[in-house]
Design a protein around this ligand. Sequence first.
Ligand code: BGP
Length: 490
Amino acid sequence: MFHTKLDDFPEDFMWGAASAAYQIEGAFAEDGKGLTIWDEYAMTPGNTFEETDGKVAVDHYHRYQEDVQWMKKMGLKAYRFSVSWGRILPDGEGEVNEAGLAFYENLVDELLANGIEPLVTLYHWDLPLALQQKYQGWEGRETIAAFKKYCEALFTRLGSKVKYWITMNEQNVFIPLGYRWAAHPPKVTDLKRMYQANHHVNLANAEAIKSFRELVPTGKIGPSFGYGPTYPLSAKPQDVLAAENADDFNNRFWLDVYCKGKYPKFMLKQLKNLGLAPEILPEDDKLLASVTPDFLGVNYYHGGTVKENSYEAGDFADASEKDFSKVDPYQMAAKEGEHAPEKAMFQAVDNPYLEKTDWGWEIDPVGFRVALRKLASDYDLPIIVTENGLVAFDELTAEGAIHDDYRIDYLQSHLQELQKAITDGVEVLGYCAWSFTDLLSWLNGYKKRYGFVYIDRDNQDEKSLARIPKDSYFWYQEVIATNGQNLTSK
Ligand code: BGP
């Protein structure tokens, strides 16, 4: 769709940036916080890059006021952060820890006092360790009730101050990485268990929304999904069918449950045939059908390209299937010999038209517009972009600056496509870049940097933990000040 003139961004557009508790807070055992599965996982040798862990992270727990001042100076309109469940309920389900609630209430107050809208994520992967030990985490139905209790404590305390709530962050990433690829806790490799745990997360998501309707009737709630469009490698009908299959496998399997209240039928039938379908009780179906979100959170990094499935193509010699060092949570290959559903559905391939980041992720700003358009057509919900950003190896110069033009180029090209999507007619409420400050990458320490604000620390050495704005910080400041009008002029 070509437009001679683009629509302006809405007046109240939420120009934001995002983070997650485990990746920034530190203070891992302070003020009554219980340990989480990530604390344990990262402290176990061999699980993360150079044994990096979140014990100190970027020390946001002690420096949140300074961080909010950096946000204010930038002109940020919205800040997405997550709550660590273990700070609120140290053992996951029992006594409420007042110090934990107070920390997040202070943060929310600080944001509001500085004119910044808080967007709160309820679950960004740091499950209380006690629940893992007692109930096998998300594999136990008991964890659903615990999640409900945790959410209700937050809704009651912060419901009058926080309007936007995000239930699950990237269920389509933490479930496969934790239960299939053993790259995240609980480090399981079992598809049957994976689909069951995933089903319980769906139920927890629905329970949280149900409670929210009662406790925060004026608020807005929805999940954040790691989404990208699926392209067929060619116009060959088999490739087009493969793209349809991949969309079911990678996207609709979660999105339909969130937005239509039921599993997509082709995927479910395929899982049943393979003996992998979860146990779904009649009351589960009812619960899922009874709630819908107010908006869809979208984390966009890239999409994927696929070709005809290997069974029908008779094509098994693909070496990438065996290269698990490059597992990409968004487009997964199957393990050899496993009853992997996608093997009968599609094969993931590189897109010949796209360049890649330093970390091998395709850079695809037009795919962002495709994604927004497709989600709006399929689910007809307002969208909040809850993550989008560029990972890079930033360098602090001798003068104390970070010249990250590559990040500016990346963000600018994505925001231009976002503006086109708005002009097409997609309702987008806000955009949160990933991330506000540099932060701890789950598996890659501080090698991977995404922030507008550099943090002076490296993998082993906490150094000064000083906050240093990068060039992209000042660029985004200008984007916000002009409500995006400078995006087309650079
Ligand atoms: C998303 C997560 C974020 C963040 C980001 C970058 O999947 O929601 O928490 O980590 O990806 O990931 P990484 O740090 O692995 O590059």
